[in-house]
Design a protein around this ligand. Structure first.
Ligand SMILES: *Cc1c(COP(=O)(O)O)cnc(C)c1O
Length: 283
């Protein structure tokens, strides 16, 4: 079933939002699109999924939800955790664990080598998903999203979605050459994002990278992020607090035309981010 499209008003402007956040409580947004090929893989073809990375990761939660649905074992490697993190009763790590994720900590000094060694002894029934899920397999799921956008026949020629690795924005731009696709780097700067994207393929001319006005560190609380997030919430859509704020800020500043914002999910991480905003005294 196609995810719905909502119309919202932000700063007096009309925007459309492709509601990929509504696909599933845990397996939603671009992580759902990126895992699409695996989701369509018959359950008996795999036994175990391995991944690694941060403990707040939206990808980790989505993979855990997928493995629960498919009956696959999910092993997730991270660096060592703080006691506070292990005891958290909310947020992505807590939910991923509840969905059956097996978590293994690797001592920080061995982490890099350990991750590099994961591929050495793989059997056919084990699949590794690299951090961020920047895999060629993501292309099919994003093509399905692109088809849904085309089928909606909205009178809009510009799309927007925020970037981490840039996989989502890049594949979307490739699948929809008749649209402009705006994105903004949320991890590192524009040069770093371009570099990540070029590792996948050459950048199409309809992909437009909007640079934020100042440098933001990934996943840190910022007052202006909270403000735009609250403004969007008042417009009746909850976005994530890590990627969406910069995308919306750059969109409002640098574009004038009607835009369809592709909701990239991540709302499940807001609980623990809001906690950090409170600790900082922003709320
Ligand atoms: C993972 C994620 C992104 C970044 O997606 P990329 O394909 O890595 O660019 C953006 N928004 C949210 C909410 C995410 O979870």
């Amino acid at each position: 079933m196609n995810s719905p499209i909502s119309k919202i008003i932000v700063d007096g402007r009309d925007f459309y939002v492709k509601r990929d956040d509504l696909i599933d409580p845990y397996l939603a947004g671009n992580k759902y699109r990126k895992l699409y090929t695996l989701l369509k893989t018959p359950s008996n073809e795999l036994k175990t999924i391995i991944s690694y990375g941060g403990t707040q990761s939206n990808a980790m939660l989505a993979i855990s939800a997928m493995c629960q649905k498919k009956g696959w074992e999910f092993i997730y490697y991270t660096k060592t955790l703080s006691i506070a993190m292990q005891q958290e009763k909310s947020g992505n790590f807590y939910h991923a664990t509840r969905l059956g994720m097996k978590h293994i900590e690797i001592e920080n000094e061995y982490y890099r080598d350990f991750i590099a060694s994961l591929r050495l002894n793989l059997d056919k029934e084990t699949f590794i998903i690299d951090q961020g899920g920047a895999v060629e397999e993501a292309r099919l799921g994003l093509k399905v999203l692109a088809d849904e956008i085309r089928e909606s026949s909205l009178d809009v020629k510009s799309l927007a979605t925020p970037s981490g690795t840039g996989t989502t924005a890049l594949f979307l731009a490739l699948c929809l050459p008749e649209y402009k696709v705006y994105t903004t780097p949320c991890v590192g700067d524009t040069e770093y994002l371009k570099c990540q994207m070029r590792a996948l393929c050459e950048l199409p001319s309809n992909l437009i990278i909007l640079e934020p006005n100042r440098k933001y560190h990934f996943a840190k609380p910022y007052k202006e992020f909270l403000e735009i997030w609250q403004k969007l919430l008042a417009a009746k859509v909850e976005f994530d607090l890590i990627y969406a704020p910069s995308m919306w800020m750059t969109l409002l500043e640098h574009t004038k035309e009607d835009v369809l914002y592709v909701h990239s999910g991540g709302v499940s991480g807001n609980e623990s981010m809001l906690e950090r905003y409170k600790q900082k005294g922003f709320i």
